[in-house]
Design a binder for this molecule. Structure first.
Ligand SMILES: Nc1ncnc2c1ncn2[C@@H]1O[C@H](COP(=O)(O)OP(=O)(O)OP(=O)(O)O)[C@@H](O)[C@H]1O
Length: 334
């Protein structure tokens, strides 16, 4: 199990008012272009040794937010501070020294590992590129990395396609650790794996964090996975954080009706093996609206059982409550 996040702790990543719009064709004929707000005014921070997870349905903006934090795409508005430096307007060359401290692990380790390279080459490359160790020490570094992710030293001469999904993801994690980063962004890192292998990889990530104090920004649509790995959880809906808080508070006493609905849609572990897909509650009704024409006021109101007339008029701000638990809901804030 995870240990508590260290406290007091240094802030590794801090974002404020972060937004990203894409211009999209309104119809398949390409007539009329419109702006789509994939991320719409997001604030959060992550401390050393902490895991913050982003959850929400497909299309809620999780991956776009992760890509903004990695500076793979540029924000439309807002500020991103990485290790105390503002990066939103840093040119690529100035970003390079920071890249070493900022690594990523993706969903599909097979797609992200070059099939022509051996494991030794895959892991040696970032050590060499970021000048982590002299040439003579690289082999020993690679061996140490493999040991840290639970792989034997003799895999160095084999190629990624020779491994199972779980082993490939261990190689992907070792590659992310190679430059000795402070922050690792993990985008659905276990969703392509079998459930038993998922648990092993999640435990490995927890152990590595306890040893080295990595901060994780963890993107997942799977709430069972998120409960296992996170210290804090941010729930996203149509580009905004609607609730954020410590993992156990959020799971035991969710405040936003969207979080409640997401949790109700999670299979109950007590009945799952008997009933297959048995749910704890009714879950979500309807589809997530198009971010091209989002509802006025609270974007969740069209699916919300508690919506009032005020919810159509005013967009609720994310209001901090006790113990860092914040919610954006007119009904639940009152
Ligand atoms: N390059 C792009 N151009 C136009 N629209 C985009 C682009 N990237 C993302 N979007 C849109 O932005 C919104 C948020 O997408 P995003 O992939 O960030 O959501 P997500 O929560 O990560 O979903 P998923 O779990 O399916 O990856 C979606 O409506 C998506 O269609």
């Amino acid at each position: 199990m995870l240990q508590d996040a260290p406290s007091p702790a240094e802030t590794v990543l801090d974002v404020a008012g972060l937004a990203k719009s894409f211009t999209v064709a309104r119809s398949w004929l390409g007539r009329g272009r419109k702006s789509l707000r994939a991320v719409d005014g997001v604030d959060f921070s992550i401390r050393r040794g902490e895991t913050l997870s982003l959850v929400g349905e497909s299309g809620s903006g999780k991956s776009t937010l992760a890509r903004l934090c990695l500076k793979l795409i540029e924000p439309t508005a807002g500020r991103i501070q990485l290790f105390g430096r503002s990066i939103e307007s840093l040119p690529p060359r100035a970003m390079r020294p920071l890249r070493r401290n900022l690594q990523m692990v993706f969903q599909d380790p097979f797609a992200s590992l070059n099939p022509r390279l051996t494991v030794g080459q895959i892991l040696g490359e970032p050590i060499r590129n970021f000048r982590i160790a002299p040439e003579a020490d690289i082999a020993a570094r690679v061996e140490a990395l493999l040991a840290r992710v639970g792989l034997p030293a003799d895999v160095v001469s084999r190629r990624a396609h020779e491994f199972s999904g779980g082993q490939r993801q261990r190689i992907g994690i070792a590659r992310a650790l190679a430059p000795e980063p402070q922050l690792i962004v993990l985008d659905e890192p276990v969703s392509a794996l079998d459930v038993s292998v998922q648990a092993q990889v999640l435990n490995l990530l927890g152990d590595l964090q306890a040893q080295a104090g990595y901060a994780y920004l963890f993107v997942s649509h799977d709430l069972a996975v998120v409960r296992h790995i996170s210290h804090r959880v941010a729930v996203m809906y149509l580009g905004r954080i609607v609730e954020i808080g410590p993992v156990e508070r959020l799971f035991s006493a969710p405040r936003h009706p969207y979080t409640e609905a997401l949790l109700a849609a999670v299979p109950d572990p007590a009945t799952r093996h008997r009933a297959g897909t048995r749910r704890r509650g009714t879950g979500l009704r309807g589809e997530i609206p198009s971010p091209i024409d989002p509802p006025s006021g609270c974007a969740f109101r069209t699916r919300c059982p508690l919506a009032t007339e005020r919810c159509a008029r005013e967009r609720p701000a994310l209001m901090a409550g006790k113990d860092g638990h914040a919610v954006a809901c007119h009904v639940r804030q009152d």
